[in-house]
Ligand binder design. Structure first.
Ligand code: SF4
Length: 454
């Protein structure tokens, strides 16, 4: 499977398809999930899982605390310096684990455990240890459970990394974003390249098997020259995985983002050029391009799985060990259980109130119809395998298949007798191509522009 980007993307394509879509990579965008889907529906889904005791699960745990607010942040987090609030959060989380595990009727093997936030490593050592105990009291964490955690490099230490490793975490990802001082000032997140380098080597010495960096393109003051400096520094450190996400401005859900001057943001075309530079920098330095926006060293599990067509994707990200059920814990956590998508209440108050009343703290959900599942599988196939087999579309996604075939003229796909293949150029616009499967928005194909259907 080709991993490289084309040497150049034509300006015409960039201008036509640059501002392709909101993050769309699964059927039924989260804002359109059903508010009437509540705890009784989640309860029924969990009890259905209880009837299939051999099925393993994956766990996502959200830790919604940070010591300060980054101006680009779109995460569900609370700024606090009160450690007692985090202790209380763990108290409630323990009850949520009890509510869920009782319904799935006993301990299950866990394939994947992921801690994110917020800043999970803002918890102190005792709290991190307690969190592991809470999880292990209710679920079976095995020696080969894939345990990962997102860490803020400004909040960690050799001692904390040693503790996390002792608790079973083998993968750690650090938020790096951009190393240019002017960009860092504009986004309110100062962390020198030296600090990132020190933390990286600490994690290596502690023995983490996979170290990942998260970068963001499309930030204020980013230019091809400044971003190149960041890319070079990252490549020199050689993390195992790099995720390179586009900055998604959302002042409605994060008013603090108003502090970022829109006039300093790169244009939509310039954003795509920054991403193209990142693809070139990584793929010419021994990284494979994974799915939409991730890069992995050729020896990394993800790269091998992509080659062997075993790569899968869930709400946590790319994985080599997919499970049928992802259970989400904590505020705003998203899960997928027995074919239903579920999101917890996103404020600590509402989440805690539900659990205190003995209820699963569900805010909304989405029942995946048979057609949704087919769309989900088609999208996953396009992202993970860069193709859409005709057999997967036949019977219910024929219109989508025909529309995708229409991108031959733009050089984004090729048509074979039994499948469509995404070309190296088309890969650059893959999120937009996936959006041809969208059923919940109006997708203006001519302009690659979204509007809601209701
Ligand atoms: S550390 Fe992460 S979650 Fe916390 S404010 Fe910054 S971007 Fe948001």
């Amino acid at each position: 499977m080709s991993s490289a980007a084309p040497a150049e993307i034509s300006r015409d394509l960039l201008e036509r398809f640059a501002d392709s879509a909101p993050r769309y990579d699964r059927p039924g965008p989260l804002p359109l999930w059903d508010d009437d889907f509540g705890s009784s529906e989640y309860d029924a889904a969990l009890r259905a899982v209880a009837r299939r005791p051999d099925e393993a699960v994956s766990l996502y745990v959200h830790v919604p605390f940070c010591p300060g607010r980054c101006l680009y942040c779109g995460c569900n987090t609370t700024i606090t310096h009160d450690s007692a609030r985090m202790d209380n959060y763990l108290d409630v989380l323990e009850r949520e684990f009890a509510l869920v595990s009782e319904r799935v009727d006993g301990a299950r093997d866990v394939l994947q455990l992921h801690l994110a936030g917020g800043t999970p490593n803002y918890l102190n050592d005792a709290q991190l240890t307690r969190l592991s105990e809470i999880i292990e009291r209710r679920f079976r964490i095995l020696p080969d459970t894939d345990q990962s955690i997102e860490c803020d490099p400004r909040r960690t230490s050799a001692g904390q990394l040693e503790l996390l490793h002792a608790l079973g975490y083998r993968r750690v990802s650090f938020g790096v974003q951009d190393l240019d001082p002017q960009v860092q000032r504009a986004i309110g997140r100062i962390q020198s390249a030296d600090l990132v380098r020190d933390v990286y080597w600490m994690a290596r010495e502690v023995g983490f098997e996979t170290i990942g960096f998260d970068l963001i393109y499309g930030l204020p003051h980013q230019t091809p020259e400044t971003f190149r400096t960041t890319l070079d520094a990252v490549v020199e450190m050689a993390p195992d995985r790099i995720a390179c996400f586009g900055y998604s401005r959302g002042t409605d859900r994060g008013p603090h983002q108003h502090a970022i001057d829109v006039h300093q943001l790169p244009s939509a075309t310039a954003r795509q050029e920054l991403f193209h530079d990142a693809v070139n920098a990584f793929t010419s330095s021994g990284y494979r391009w994974i799915g939409l926006d991730t890069f992995a060293l050729e020896t990394d599990d993800l790269a091998i799985a992509q080659d062997e067509r075993r790569l899968a994707r869930n709400c946590i990200g790319y994985t080599t060990s997919p499970s049928s059920h992802l259970l989400g814990f904590g505020t705003g956590a998203v899960g997928e259980v027995d074919g239903q998508c579920i999101q917890n209440e996103s404020t600590i108050e509402a989440w805690e109130a539900g659990i205190t009343h003995g209820e699963l703290p569900v805010a909304r959900g989405h029942r995946l119809s048979p057609l949704d599942r087919r769309r989900r599988d088609a999208i996953a196939h396009m992202i993970c395998n860069l193709e859409l087999p005709a057999a997967l579309a036949e019977g219910c996604l024929d219109d989508e298949y025909a529309r995708l075939a229409g991108y031959v003229a733009d050089g984004l796909v090729t048509v074979e007798p039994d499948r469509l293949r995404i070309t190296p150029t088309g890969r650059f616009f893959l999120r937009g191509l996936c959006t041809e499967h969208e059923a919940y928005f109006n997708w203006d194909r001519a302009r690659w522009h979204f509007s809601r259907t209701n």
